[in-house]
Each structure stands twice: as C-alpha cells, then as structure tokens.
Design a protein around this ligand. Structure first.
Ligand SMILES: [Zn+2]
Ligand SMILES: [Zn+2]
Length: 308
C-alpha cells in the first residue's frame, strides 16, 4: 500500500495517485480537447468569420469580435518548459501537454537492438502521438500512457499542471462537466456519494475515490435494491399486498379497482397517476388497463405500487 501524493487516501500498489485523483486525470484528458474546441469556436471562429452585411445594402455590418490574443496564444503552438516558469505563466495547451508527454516518455524504457544485434534498453527520446502533435493527439497519448505515468513520482506534478490548465479553460469557456448523483451507496465506504460525471466513464465516489464501471454500478444497485426490499418485507410483515388494476386515467389521476371480476368490484378510488408511474416505471400514457400490486396501509390507502 502506498499513499496518494495529492490527498491522504491510499493509492493502489506501486502508484502515486489514489483512484479518485487518477480518475480525475483521466477525466481531464477527455475534457481538454472539448474545452479547446469550445474556446476556438467562441473566441476565434466568430471573429474570423466575415461580417454578415447585405451585399450592396445599407444594412449595418456587425463589427467583428476582436480576437483575444491570450486565447490565440493558448490554442497556438509554442514552447513550455515544465521545470521553469513561462514569462506570462500561460503556456499554450498543446505545448504544456507535449512537454509532459516528453517528460513521461523519458522514463519509459524503449527496447531496441544495437548494430551488433544485442537487445538494449534505454529511455525513450521523445513521445510521438499517433494523432499528431495537436491538443487531441497529446491527450490521446497521455491517456494511453497514464497507467505508466501513475507509477512515476511525476504523477503529482502532472495532476497539478492539468488541474491548472482545466481550471483556466473552464474559466474562459464558462463550461464544466456536470455531476449526476447515483442513488445506491458506495460499496467501499457505504456513503451515498457516488456520482457520474459528464465525460468520465467510471461512476466514482466523491468520498473515498472508489470507481465502478457503469455495468458494475448497475449490478451493485440491483443488489442493494434487492436487499432493501427483503429487509422491508421482513420488517413490515403486517402490511398486505393486493392485486389491483388501473381502470382509466382521469386527467392526472388513475382510477384504481381491485383486480377481481367486475361484479365484485367496489367503487374505483383515484390516485395521482404520476406517483404510480414513478413507482412502477410504466409511463403514464400506458397505465390504463395495467395490472399492479399495492400495499394496503392501516388507513386503507394503497401505496408501494408494483407491476403485477
Ligand atoms: Zn488522492
Ligand atoms: Zn466511497
């Protein structure tokens, strides 16, 4: 067991970042190309487009939006030295990513044969991304080499650099990935802090950093639901479940009758259709005629609707 260099959590064996921070890095590498594209559309494309005036008309031409030079510099080529500070502290994105890739590549052993046919192991001289030395190309390279980068002490520096870069991009584009809370508690720490974040494949825990693939999460959630239902049934043995049927829909309400032959039925009772739809997962417009079961409470009120 080693510990994360960014936070007090434990990191997987031989790695320098915990799952939460490693996942964050992976998420940023997926986000950066999209943010750069937004930036280009917002600040560069708009100003480069010719002003739209009617040909020969008297319509007022819209003044072009001036290009923000800082944005151009950020998107453009340039140099970045991860060791020394840049003059304005805002190195171009591609140069920053490329410099980190080069830094990681230097630690990556490259196997080759020398002129005498003897196998040699030496550091890679440079990183060459398959998709070109663009922002997208470098992000793809860094994602591919991330498992290796996590084993190097430089992982903390990489996390720091990408954190700064992503913050700057989000600030300029006013756009950031949304988090969607998941209902089931985390299987590792039992707290209800699992979320899915836009652009991130794993469902992850905000408390302990535990990660699940979407499939693993679905299976986990189904197990939790099953356990809860079993506990509920054990602790609420007195309630009675009865078969019922949705007769008709009246506006927002569903008319419910006992699912018995028509001549034995009492007057229908109305319940909010949206509640039944939410509990059963059957859309409101398909509720009419649906056979359900429900629990009869002490006050004869029906609840806990389920599809029969
Ligand atoms: Zn951490
Ligand atoms: Zn957790």
């Amino acid at each position: 067991m080693s510990s994360c260099t960014v936070c007090p959590r434990t990191a997987p064996d031989g790695q320098h970042l915990c799952q939460l921070h490693a996942g964050e890095l992976r998420g940023w590498l997926a986000e950066i190309p999209a943010q750069a594209l937004l930036l280009a559309e917002e600040f560069v494309a708009r100003s480069a487009r010719p002003a739209q005036g009617r040909v020969g008309g008297t319509g007022q031409a819209v003044a072009p939006v001036p290009v923000d030079l800082r944005v151009l510099a950020l998107l453009g080529p340039g140099r970045y030295d991860p060791q020394g500070a840049d003059d304005d502290g805002q190195p171009p994105i591609a140069a920053t990513l490329g410099a980190w890739a080069g830094h990681i590549a230097y630690h990556h052993p490259a196997a080759h044969r020398d002129p005498h046919g003897i196998a040699r192991l030496q550091p890679c001289e440079q990183a060459s991304p398959r998709h070109g030395e663009s922002i997208t190309g470098w992000c793809a390279w860094l994602t591919a080499y991330l498992p290796f980068a996590l084993t190097l002490p430089l992982a903390a520096g990489l996390h720091d650099a990408l954190d700064t870069l992503v913050r700057r991009l989000r600030h300029l584009t006013h756009s950031q990935p949304q988090q969607h809370p998941r209902a089931a508690p985390c299987p590792a720490c039992d707290l209800c802090t699992l979320v899915r974040t836009d652009g991130r494949w794993y469902v992850h825990c905000l408390t302990c950093g535990h990660q699940l693939t979407p499939d693993q999460y679905d299976q986990h959630a189904a197990r939790v639901l099953k356990t809860r239902t079993a506990i509920h049934e054990r602790t609420h043995p007195m309630t009675e479940r009865v078969p019922v049927r949705v007769l008709l829909l009246f506006g927002d309400e569903a008319e419910i009758v006992a699912d018995v032959p028509a001549e034995e039925r009492a007057e229908p009772v109305r319940y909010p259709a949206a509640d039944i739809a939410a509990a059963t997962g059957v859309p409101v417009d398909q509720l009419a005629g649906q056979r359900l079961t429900a629990e009869v409470g002490a006050d004869d009120q029906l609840s806990d609707w389920r599809v029969a």
